[in-house]
Write a protein that binds this ligand. Sequence first.
Ligand SMILES: Cc1cc2nc3c(=O)[nH]c(=O)nc-3n(C[C@H](O)[C@H](O)[C@H](O)COP(=O)(O)OP(=O)(O)OC[C@H]3O[C@@H](n4cnc5c(N)ncnc54)[C@H](O)[C@@H]3O)c2cc1C
Length: 419
Amino acid sequence: MAVAGETQPDIIVVGAGILGISTAFSLQQKGHSVLVLDRKGPAAEASRGNAGAFAFSEIIPLATPGMMRKAPGWLLDPLGPLSIPPRYAMNIAPWMLRFWMACRPERVEESINAQIELMAHSKHALLPFLKKTGTGSMLRRDGNLQVYESRAEFEATLPYWDAREKCAIPFEHVHGSYAISEYQPGLDERFVSATFTPEWYSISDPLEYVLTIAEVFRNRGGRIEVAEVVDLSPSLDGVNVDCVGGQSFNAAKVIICAGAWSHKLARKLGDRIPLETERGYNTTLPTAEFDLRTQITFGGHGFVISKLSTGIRVGGAVELGGLTAPPNYRRADALLAKAKLFLPDLDTEGGTQWMGFRPSLPDTLPVIGPSKQTNDVVYAFGHGHLGLTQAAGTASLVTELVDGEKPSINLQPFRANRF
Ligand SMILES: Cc1cc2nc3c(=O)[nH]c(=O)nc-3n(C[C@H](O)[C@H](O)[C@H](O)COP(=O)(O)OP(=O)(O)OC[C@H]3O[C@@H](n4cnc5c(N)ncnc54)[C@H](O)[C@@H]3O)c2cc1C
């Protein structure tokens, strides 16, 4: 039962990652009393250690014919950008089949169109959100430099840059190591071309960002409790939420933002959502001296280097290995070794390694919308590589749904029952 003396909230948000905390804050702004439940507390999982990018230009889904061409080569290298541990191969097969189906040109176009809308909305939502949460000083506008080792690698990306040009995303292609060094000195000369995206922003530290929003939410009367939700059921007056240890709550609406674990809660309401995790790795280096002027994306190697207030973070990779296997930090070692090769002056000693669970759906789109069983449960999860980028936008969409307003964008492509 809820603790005696504490009023029942209007709304319960399950999960205190960036999606849950942003959504709780946005609902609170609209006058709702909100309780956040997380089994570990704020920023315990993926939202803690990500690369910190607001990657608004990333409108191209991972599921593309180009990815299907690259994947077999990547899979041959056990420490390469993409891996499937053999023990998990059978488990991931149905998701892979859906991913493969999402690579059909008409599906790719649908995903791009949906991402264009969600990205534009998320970009529009970000600055007011930073202002309201008092986190504006954490924003960096350093852009992103995507680098290519060959003309062929660069040319293969051109159709996707054309798609970005059509929706007025600014970028600039540069060729030759001298021109590249104007954006980032010290890169190895193997990189012959690059694309700079100026409106790719970042946050000075993703962990501090979530913790600060959580603090602001609490200071304004919001509650965050450590509790693991095990069951959900519609009731006459909303939704019952049961937790480990017998604690239970009731609220008019429940929002599920439980990251890579969300599908387990959706199953309790009969929604079968093919959520998997793309495990990612990184190392945060304490080095403060290195002159990193922009985030750098090594697309052919599946990792990025970001400058944070806490150091330099080298991370990426996709390991389709499920939620329970221990981390394989040789993956983080492999990314760091490549970073040293590509930026020889980077001091790669003394770093801290981390692994996080990206919550991912096969078509690269999140789920934003109600359960098929009841409109009183709203899902907001599955943002994959883009959860930080799309959190403020998703939070405002969920708030519109809860308040019975017309959502700012068409949410059909994000519905829970699309699979
Ligand atoms: C290496 C790496 C780099 C990344 N870089 C970027 C980037 O630069 N930009 C970007 O936009 N995105 C990036 N991402 C993706 C981003 O981190 C995620 O999309 C985002 O953090 C997901 O947020 P979330 O709130 O949905 O999930 P999470 O942060 O995982 O939070 C889910 C929360 O739910 C809680 N929970 C789960 N089950 C229950 C339960 N039953 N009861 C109670 N609580 C529960 C968990 O404890 C957790 O706190 C990156 C990810 C990785 C791994």
